[in-house]
Design a protein. Structure first.
Lengths: 502, 494, 98
């Protein structure tokens, strides 16, 4: 593997801006590497050879003319729910399998304007519904650290690409944990900004009041670089915030003196088994060793997170996905009349998990149930926001597991609810709109397994405090360097038999 | 079926109107596509109004302000907090398969529309609310069925109209007749046109309305079962349809039957309403606040600024009170003026300049309107300025010129010859009231019309008109006609 | 709220999803299971709590009434699963959809 491929985003941009190496060189190296490994990893649904090389030539032209681009030649994976003109944008679904987007997502546009190179459209759970990438209707993505295991989801492709050096940055989207959990599964940093910080224009909507785009990267510094490029007000998104984005790089720090880290009373890690509990206990001690004070905080609504989320998100998605009807774009299955066409198209185009969520969401909004379910859940959501406000009175950040376990095997979670449980720790932050990040914090070798699997520590901050969050994450990462303990040895792993996805 | 008058008077009709009005903005409600009537199909579309994956709505400020102006004109309340909701249902001309509308917190609540009947009686109908929403695309049905849905094999959709801003106005059931319904709609139309918020052209679809109609015995305060009437495409249809429905309901009740609550479509050709296929259960629209949009809070400063933009004295009912009540212009003519905004504005300026509403009206609706029809130039765009008209009126009042000369003068003013006084002086058009001058003409005419004179003297007094005309002709219209008649009479009586 | 059976067929109709008998059965069980988990919310005392209207606190986000953007018509119609001339074509509509 070429050294160019292993470079961090920060180093790539620096090298290209200095003229040490050309964008085209970097791009060609990454594309060659993708062609070598992606048949086994399956991170990308579409590889963008021509588009990438065109973009690279443009970057080279701009740099030669004197421009300094913050993300010069940085190879990026674009989750396939983000529109990019001229590329298939499928959301991992049969219903959009052949749809080419005629416009580009604002966040993606900003990354490209900053010099980034789109290497490919990354695989994902269909319409971002899932925590393993197994719900993709169009491809299988495997965890580079153990090809017999899932990469996490729903941004599984982006996380796997970053882990396998098929990109330096993966753009992901997070609704209940879909950036943080796959990042944790793939030994990467996954960052979800405050709701509203990054425009959602051009992001195929799942749950409008929860969706956020964010970066997955191999270092906190890289994540911060990407965040700075993509964040900021967008007049095309009414929910996008007009607040100034602080340059997060300035807050990157080396120690945590004076930082109070809240440990949530309700997040009892003993429940996760002795090995995993030990990893998190050590992670918390590492924070202390850096100078942080650990404080117990109370989140009384914590155990209601899943119930709240699994009413609000499906309700919003049932409405957001109504537009997929075979009339204006995408799959159409003919019918004797338009109603029959709708039903047949949507039956053929949507997978089981999507159907389940549409059904439960429609039910939660329906007459007679709206108050008891949807409104009730929105009230519970207010309580989450209040709980966090209260907690942050006594701490600066909250630390917790990013996922309840490391990557599991394919088909391990066939019961839908057991899959939903993967989001237990990440959902509360999503409900309150808080910025949250997952950083590698250790390794476990599961029973009966022979490869160490990465685990992630979640840090969450009050609304708009991305800079503080990234600063602390950076300090933790630099001091502990967990991510560098093991490499994804893709070549040395046996090709697993085709994993069946339900 | 017409109902006998004595039967009809036993019942009172109770009518509410719900209408959708397309707002006159440059762009659509939630995207920057042009809001234009006509245009090649599917040429005014974008990711947002086509509901492409990933698209998001952003509210049109002008549309919001248009609606607020309309509400304020009717004295509605503007609640401090308002929001958009999603109304979920599937239909091929509705790209998102939900409509962004307003459910429980509309931009305006209450208000009153004032209108008048043919006999000049002022009436009021309360408004329940006015709210903002987006329009759907247009579908044409083809392959059989003569363009109607039933019998068609397929439909063709044009999304140009999808996303155009709509005001939905809902009235209380205060209307009591088909005539009132039309007068109510006229008042709405005049107000919207005055405020510039909509063109309100039913033929172009920028006004669509439905009526809820029920009847009850006179004196009762209970509500009868109501039916919803749809598919009325002009004010005339509205009148005919409501009339037809009232009579149908009376007929049923009189013969001991019960009114079925249903939706009925007006059939213009047959002149009746037919029941429309009943909707599968009532729609479950699953309304919930649209998470892609943020709430609206209209503060006092913004409200005051909007209020100051409403020209109170030009509101239709205020105009009517002035024209009919104060100036004593008859109902039909007052309505004619109010119906035409530039004309009414012109009229008001004439009244202001001349202080003579009657004469102003006579000229405006009379000769000036005739000239406008003949030349194709609207009165307000003509060369006859209100101050000039006021001058003309003053000249006639002072009897400096007679009405025949005034007509000529008006033509010359219309042709751009300038102020009336100037023309009169230049052409010497001042009316002659000099008796000696007129006497000369009278003598002339008597001399050359012996037969007529003989007829008159033998008792055919109506010949006077002919002889007067001859004198007027001889004097090239400048003689004072009243004086001419006097002199003729005295000269011809034995 | 005690455990309730969802009328899956009715909800599927509202959502325009054709389901096989097997799916009706399977989803019925799975959704029933989810609902039981979701019912814990009834334990929360939310009487004095307002529903979250919006996570962001912005108000009055509006855009000036100026035309801009738009998609090329051929690009738009090229996406159509079925087009006829300048129109999108769909099979017959049965009177009141909804």
């Amino acid at each position: 593997m070429s050294e160019l491929v292993r470079m961090s985003a920060a180093r790539v941009a620096q090298a290209v801006n200095r003229g040490d190496v050309s964008a085209l060189e970097i791009t060609d190296a990454v594309l060659a590497h993708v062609d070598e490994v992606d048949d086994r990893v399956g991170a990308y649904l579409t590889r963008l050879h021509d588009l990438a090389r065109d973009a690279a030539r443009t970057v080279d032209r701009r740099v030669r003319s004197g421009e300094r681009l913050p993300l010069a030649a940085v190879p990026i994976a674009v989750k396939d729910n983000m529109c990019l003109t001229g590329t298939p944008t499928t959301a991992g679904s049969k219903i959009l399998q052949h749809w080419l987007s005629p416009y580009t997502c604002t966040a993606v546009r900003r990354m490209l304007d900053a010099g980034a190179i789109p290497i490919g459209k990354a695989n994902m759970d269909e319409f971002a519904m899932g925590s393993s990438c197994e719900n993709s209707a169009l491809g299988v993505t495997r965890n580079p650290y153990d090809l017999s295991r899932v990469p996490g989801g729903s941004s599984g492709g982006s996380a796997a690409a970053v882990a396998a050096y098929e990109a330096a940055i993966g753009l992901g989207s997070d609704t209940g944990g879909s950036i943080r959990e796959p990042a944790a599964f793939c030994n990467a940093v996954g960052f979800k900004p405050t709701y509203g910080r990054v425009s959602r224009y051009g992001l195929i909507a799942f749950a409008s009041s929860l969706d956020q785009i964010g970066p997955i990267a191999r270092t906190v510094e890289d994540a911060a670089l990407a965040y700075e490029a993509m964040a900021g007000h967008d007049p095309m998104d009414s929910t996008s915030i007009a607040r100034q984005v602080e340059a997060p790089g300035t807050a990157l720090r080396e120690d945590l003196k004076g930082v109070r880290v809240g440990i949530v009373k309700q997040f009892v890690t003993e429940r996760l088994g002795a090995t995993i509990h030990a990893v998190y206990r050590r992670a918390y001690e590492e924070l202390e060793a850096l100078g942080a004070t650990l404080v117990e905080v109370d989140l009384p609504t914590a155990d209601y997170g899943l119930a709240t989320y699994y009413l609000i998100a499906p309700a919003e998605c049932s409405s957001n996905l109504a537009r997929f009807d075979g009339v204006r774009y995408g799959l159409r299955v003919e019918g004797a009349d338009v109603g029959a066409m709708y039903e047949a198209t949507r039956a053929a185009g949507f997978g089981a998990e999507v159907k389940r969520r549409i059904l439960i969401g429609t039910y939660a909004l329906s007459s007679g149930y709206y108050d008891a379910y949807y409104v009730k859940a929105q009230k519970a959501r207010t309580m989450f926001a209040n709980d966090f406000r209260h907690a942050f009175a006594s701490c600066d950040l909250i630390a917790s597991p990013a996922a309840s376990s490391p990557a599991f095997e394919f088909n391990a979670k066939s019961d839908p609810y057991s899959m939903y449980m993967m989001d237990y720790y990440t959902i509360p932050m999503s409900l309150a709109g808080l910025p949250a990040i997952s950083v590698p914090c250790g390794w476990v070798t599961p029973e009966g397994g022979n490869r160490p699997l990465p685990m992630g520590l979640q840090l969450a901050a009050p609304l708009f405090e991305e800079a503080k969050l990234l600063g602390v994450a950076h300090a933790y990462e630099r001091a502990t360097a967990h991510a560098t303990n093991y490499a994804p040895e893709i070549d040395s792993q046996e090709s697993p038999t085709e994993a069946s996805t339900s | 079926m017409t109902v006998a008058e004595n039967v009809r008077t036993k019942y009172e009709a109770v009518i509410g109107i719900e209408c959708h009005v397309e707002l006159k903005t440059k762009t659509k409600m939630f995207c920057a596509c042009p809001n234009e009537f006509g245009g090649e199909p599917n040429s005014h579309v974008c990711p947002v109004c086509l509901a492409l994956p990933g698209a998001l709505p952003v509210a049109n400020k002008e549309a919001i302000e248009h609606l607020l102006l309309a509400g304020l004109a009717f004295g509605a309340q503007i609640p401090p907090f308002s929001k958009f909701d999603r109304k979920n249902y599937f239909y091929p001309d509705m790209p998102k398969n939900y409509q962004i509308s307003q459910y429980d917190m509309p931009l305006t609540q209450g208000g009153v529309v004032r209108y008048w009947l043919d006999d000049g009686t002022m009436k009021e109908c309360r408004l329940t609310r006015i709210h903002l929403e987006e329009d759907t695309g247009k579908s044409t049905h083809a392959g059989g069925g003569d363009g109607r849905i039933a019998g068609s094999r397929y439909s063709l959709i044009d999304f140009n109209r999808a996303g155009v801003p709509l005001m939905e106005c809902v009235s209380e059931p205060d209307i009591r007749s088909a005539e009132e319904a039309v007068a109510f709609l006229e008042a709405l139309k005049r107000t919207f046109v005055l405020l510039g918020v909509s063109d309100v052209k039913m033929e172009e679809g920028s006004l669509r309305c439905d009526a809820n109609v029920s009847i009850r015995p006179v004196g009762s305060t209970d509500y009868g079962t109501k039916t919803e009437i749809k598919n009325m495409n002009s004010f005339r249809s509205v009148h005919r349809a409501i009339q037809s429905e009232i009579e149908r309901q009376i007929g049923i009740v009189e013969s001991g039957g019960r009114i079925v609550q249903e939706t009925r479509g007006w059939d213009e050709t047959q002149g009746v309403t037919h029941p429309m296929r009943s909707k599968e259960q009532a729609h479950d629209y699953r309304y919930f606040p649209d998470p892609d949009l943020v709430p609206m809070e209209i503060d006092a400063t913004r409200l005051e600024s909007l209020k100051s933009r409403i020209p109170a004295d030009r509101l239709p009912w205020n105009r009517f009170a002035r024209y009919h009540g104060e100036y004593r212009i008859d109902v039909k003519q007052a309505s004619q003026l109010i119906e035409n905004l530039p004309l009414a504005d012109y009229f008001d300026r004439c009244v202001e300049a001349s202080k003579n509403p009657q004469q102003s009206m006579n000229f405006v609706l009379g000769d000036l309107s005739r000239l406008a029809n003949e030349t194709g130039t609207p009165v307000a765009d003509s060369a006859v300025t209100p101050p000039h008209l006021a001058e003309l009126i003053a000249l006639v009042q002072a009897r400096t010129i007679n009405s025949k000369i005034a007509k000529e003068l008006l033509q010359r003013m219309w042709n751009g010859e300038g102020s009336p006084r100037a023309v009169v002086e230049k052409e010497g058009l001042a009316q002659t009231s000099d008796a000696s001058e007129i006497e000369k003409f009278v003598a002339e005419v008597i001399a050359s019309n012996a037969a007529a004179v003989a007829d008159y003297q033998s008792g055919k007094t109506n010949i006077l008109g002919f002889l007067t005309g001859q004198v007027m002709k001889a004097s090239r219209g400048k003689a004072n006609p009243a004086l001419v008649q006097e002199l003729l009479k005295s000269k011809l009586s034995p | 709220m005690s455990s309730e059976k969802i009328d899956v067929r009715y909800v599927a109709k509202l959502a325009r999803l054709a389901l096989t008998d097997e799916e009706v059965e399977r989803f019925g069980t799975q959704l029933g299971n989810l609902l039981e988990h979701v019912n814990v919310l009834s334990e929360l005392d939310t009487a004095a709590v307002p529903a979250t209207a919006q996570v962001v606190e912005s108000r009055n986000v509006e855009r000036a009434d100026v035309p801009a953007g738009g998609l090329d018509r051929e690009a738009v119609l090229a996406m159509a699963p079925q087009r006829q001339g300048a129109f999108f074509r769909v099979p017959r509509i049965i009177a009141e959809e909804g």
